[in-house]
Design a protein around this ligand. Sequence first.
Ligand code: ADP
Ligand code: UDP
Length: 236
Amino acid sequence: MNKGTLLYSGKAKSVYATDAADQLWIEFRDDTSAFNGQKLEKLARKGEVNNRFNSQIMTWLAEAGIRTHFIRQISPIDALVHKLTMIPVECVVRNCAAGSLVKRLGLEEGLELNPPVFELFLKNDALGDPMINEDHAIRFGWASEDQLHTMKAQSLRVNEILKGRFAAAGMILVDFKLEFGLYQGELLLGDEFSPDGCRVWDAQTRKKLDKDRFRQGLGDVVESYVEIAQRLGITL
Ligand code: ADP
Ligand code: UDP
């Protein structure tokens, strides 16, 4: 498979065409951003760690019956995926209160949410990814009722599949964000699952191991991503 022209350069990944019209080459870069791109840094090895992490998680999800865009890892920092028509709605699942939920509703960080809370955000950097509801998504044509139903069901299923793996490794999967898209009329899980897009705490100490280390300037960001991977048994 050959890397074609650059189609899109996002905040953390670059997307290239390939020889196949329906496949994309995704490069995981070291660029790390927070606060809608206001805080930016290059963190050595992050691209490689996230690519490997994502490859393993996507493989586990596929084995558990989730339909994903992932085809295979091509190199330490590159992956081959099915080209999706992305649905511009981010799906967030929360097992504990943290981040924007804490700010929005004044909850105590760490409050357990069982059953989990499911939220939708519009993927729109210019608007700061505002929270939306199903009615907005349907009314303004971002997703159909059917698609939203499937996205919610798949997101909660992903949570069920992964939560236990993190728990068995002494960690709490606090929350995560997923993106979906359409491939030949079918809804597939797209984008990535990595410590850039989820919150993970040590179960005993509640130490933050995810991108909050970058957001909050706690240091050892990539080292913590590596620790999550190693504890999950992901070989880097
Ligand atoms: P952002 O666009 O938020 O800055 P990234 O830097 O991660 O994010 O860029 C990757 C982009 O590729 C995202 O916009 C994501 O929606 C999109 N994407 C992910 N998977 C696919 C896919 N399989 N097909 C098409 N686009 C995808
Ligand atoms: N998230 C993400 N990309 C976004 C927004 C959120 O990956 O554009 C992830 C984030 O890392 C966390 C979860 O989604 O794991 C919930 O994020 P939250 O709404 O709390 O927003 P934040 O305060 O992290 O911006």
